[in-house]
Design a protein around this ligand. Sequence first.
Ligand code: UDX
Length: 458
Amino acid sequence: MVNKQLKVVIVGTGYVGLTTGVCLAYLGHRVTCVDVNEKIISELNKGKPTIHEPGMEELMMLARNNLVFSFSLKEAMPEADIVVIAVGTPSKNNGDADISAVERVAEEIGAILNSDSPLVIVNKSTVPIGSARRVETVVKAKLERRNVECNFFVASNPEFLREGAAIRDTLYPDRIVVGFESAQAFNILGQLYNPILKQTFEPPAFIPRPAEYKCPSFIATNPTSAELIKYAANSFLAMKISFINEFAGLAERVGADIKEVAQGIGLDKRIGLDYLQAGLGWGGSCFGKDTRAISYTASQYGYKMELVQSSIDVNYRQRMVAVEKLQRALKVLRGSIIGILGLSFKPNTDDLRDAPSVDIINKLIELGARVRVFDPVAMPNFQRQYKNMAVEYCEDVITLSIDCDALVLVTEWHDFAKIDWGLISRNMRQKIIVDGRNFVKNEELEKIGFNYLGMGRF
Ligand code: UDX
């Protein structure tokens, strides 16, 4: 199949929407990214990404001739072949995913749609089972009220990109999943993704095609399977992390090293090495939200997702392990000064959603400790979102370490590998470090007198 240029509208310019839009424009499609937030659109129009994502600004520059940003879906939609819904689906209090933003977009599409040529509406937001049908119903109802007949199809096309590696994951995915009822939707999505499926594009120099990379599988399913695939994938990865963290707890009790255990099991191809890094557990926008949402869906059917629920429990217990280690080392936390290295839920992002740092800091403050923080990227976000949190912001690790009783490495930022530990140790009142990501070289630290406390290591 030769690459055909399609007109694509992406609604929502978060991590998923913006990455998808910019990548599709880079691949040659004509893309309009739409967001109701005028501030975001005005920044994007200046070529400034509103998320911290490696390579995004450069790719936006390369794709600029095919890329438009707008806050009007009405202006963007005429002649579109595809509208991708990539808006947020936050957790409700009961764990269910709130799809009101998706429904609002579906209503708007129904209010605007006015063409005979078929439109494919793609659900890319992570949505509860049955949402593709829900979108179809909402659009149909709106069209009926307007007494208009239009040709449209809804497809479910879950996204598997990781923040911090979003462009790489989009251009070089392992698979692309499309859930559909009409073959027409599948064909158009085949055209949309053809450059990725066949890898016909010139890779951007700053995100090269990985050596050994093989063209991705294109998986056709029914819409419900596609929706469940997303939840199952995230639950499985979350479970893998909780599994290794549960074993980390045992490893440090019996005298094993969890890094060696992870290597020893991960080299078995049936298990695999990925997502076996023990530490403070997962955070971010997906694992917590999706595991809770799928548990909630199951509960509506009177079914209990035992493994998923245990993975959630282990994950949140894991965050407190850092605090327990400090209590064992320092005995009393009241009055002690604790330095937190890293705030974002993982490196290469400024995202603080469900970040372990927040729970750990809250607990330390509750226990009477004074908390200092440093993060190379996420501090402005943290200051905005946690205005009332009584922490001291430091401009670098050296300033942070002055008079500290202990440090906790929460996020494994690359910069932390270059820390001058000799200098840091001279600044500290007591040389204690909890390495929440098993990231720094323990032998090096122990040599200069640190009490090094890793996760799942003795
Ligand atoms: C995740 C999924 O990977 C992605 O497919 C989905 O689309 C969205 O959710 P993301 O949340 O961006 O992506 O980050 P990811 O790199 O998967 O890490 C999630 C969390 O797990 C991070 O907090 C990370 O620190 C933690 N993690 C990851 C571990 O604790 N151990 C590991 O071995 C791997």
